[in-house]
Design a binder for this molecule. Structure first.
Ligand code: ADP
Length: 233
């Protein structure tokens, strides 16, 4: 069987597994509420409804991520470049990110003031990387967003002082659904964010790479051409 078909089968297997857990939780809590709600107090009913709502949110996130991934797989990602003023754009991305007050933005003198790229895609990339850095590193540690330039490329680094990622895991964290043992223990997630982020960077004509030292932290680097090519639907 072709490698791509095997990967698709894996994705279906893992996806159905990922969906079964929240679905089973929702079904179980609804069944209990149906049978026992007359003997439960308001607080218990409230707790059950809370679990149902959060499991439904988890399913929504999973479906959203899968839709983006499916669009990217099909090569159907539309790129509409326009002039983007880097500093105000990144300031907004930081401000919009929950917990973004931990993020320090620095822009080197060589970085271009304006780049030609798709702001929607760039926003998704930066938001995903900031969200991970904030999620996996301790709350009392800063996260830095550093912009520099190399030739005709813009380089955006998202650096954290979190637990770092073991060398064996590094090549795998960009695979859909792959999560490290430490990542699973530390926070909720689907394991889809980085695979999506890497493909978005590629859709803009760039790359996403990582370097990490266990116990010190991680740096995710996005390299983008200052002028992205349009990709119509
Ligand atoms: P998710 O965060 O939903 O698990 P991602 O695809 O964004 O999915 O990340 C994949 C895995 O890579 C995470 O589960 C975590 O183990 C690891 N990871 C990502 N970003 C970081 C980071 N900044 N520091 C440490 N580990 C990270």
């Amino acid at each position: 069987m072709a490698e791509q078909q095997l990967r698709d089968l894996d994705l279906v297997a893992v996806t159905s597994h990922e969906m079964r857990t929240p679905l089973a939780a929702i079904r179980g809590f609804v069944d209990t509420l149906r049978r026992r709600r007359h003997s439960m107090d308001d607080e218990q009913v409230g707790e059950f409804l809370e679990v149902i709502a959060s499991q439904a949110d988890r399913l929504t996130r999973l479906v959203d991520d899968l839709l983006v991934l499916a669009g990217l797989e099909a090569g159907g990602i539309v790129v509409i470049p326009e002039p983007v003023l880097l500093v105000p754009f990144l300031e907004t991305a930081v401000r919009d990110e929950p917990g973004g007050d931990r993020v320090g933005l620095s822009v080197s003198a060589e970085a271009p003031a304006t780049i030609q790229t798709d702001p929607l895609r760039l926003h998704q990339i930066v938001a995903n990387l900031l969200a991970n850095a904030l999620k996996y590193s301790p709350r009392d540690q800063p996260v830095s967003l550093l912009v520099t330039a190399e030739g005709n490329d813009v380089v955006v680094d998202v650096a954290d002082r979190g637990p770092g990622i073991p060398a064996d895991d590094l090549p795998r964290i960009f695979e859909p659904y792959y999560r490290t043992a430490g990542g699973r223990a530390a926070a909720e997630g689907t394991g889809l964010g980085l695979s999506i982020t890497r493909r978005l960077a590629e859709a803009l004509g760039g790359h996403l790479t990582v370097s990490s030292v266990v116990g010190e932290g991680s740096v995710f680097r996005v390299r983008l051409p200052a002028r992205a090519r349009a990709r119509p639907s």
